[in-house]
Design a protein around this ligand. Structure first.
Ligand code: FEO
Length: 175
């Protein structure tokens, strides 16, 4: 496997692992603050990020490269409020999108067209994840801390979680 592409994917593996851990911390905070629907959504987001990481690990290993399983920094324990959580989530997703775009660039520079093709799945996924975070933030702005609104928001997010869960086979067929 092209060594520059391999290194870029290994960097991405670390970012996906960190995302999973970050969202797990957000889920746990939400659960501790009585926001069970939000917690369920964020636990599922954390699982999705782990799935994103695993898909990269398997891709590198199957192509004859070596996936490196990274250490991860401790995520925050405390968050100010729900709006802050989703602002952080969006900011984080924008950073991941930039990183995926760099990976696309490297694939093209190295003329690694099969990895470029594989990475397109992540390009689409990032579009969806950023859009989802923006729409959640728009709802939170409308609610503006209203207690009844927050109750409905939490309940709606629990319903949305079904769609956020990766397929039972881990999406292996798509890889
Ligand atoms: Fe895997 Fe949400 O970036």
């Amino acid at each position: 496997m092209n060594t520059r592409v391999e290194k870029a994917i290994n960097d991405q593996i670390k970012k996906e692992a960190s995302s999973s851990q970050f969202y797990l911390a957000m889920a746990s905070w939400s659960e501790n603050n009585g926001l069970n629907g939000t917690a369920k959504f964020l636990y599922a987001q954390s699982d999705e990020e782990r799935f994103h990481m695993l898909k990269l690990v398997k891709f590198v290993n199957e192509r004859g490269g070596r996936a490196i399983i990274p250490s991860i920094e401790q995520p925050p324990i405390e968050f100010d409020n729900l709006t802050k959580i989703f602002e952080l989530l969006l900011e984080h997703e924008i950073m991941v999108t930039e990183s995926i775009n760099e990976l696309v660039d490297i694939c093209l520079q190295e003329k690694d067209y099969s990895t470029h093709n594989f990475v397109q799945w992540y390009v689409s996924e990032q579009l969806e994840e950023e859009a989802s975070a923006r729409s959640i933030l728009d709802k939170l702005k409308l609610i503006d801390g209203d207690k009844g609104g927050m109750y409905m928001f939490d309940r709606d997010l629990e319903k949305a979680t079904v769609l956020a869960t990766p397929p039972a086979d881990g999406g292996a067929q798509k890889a």
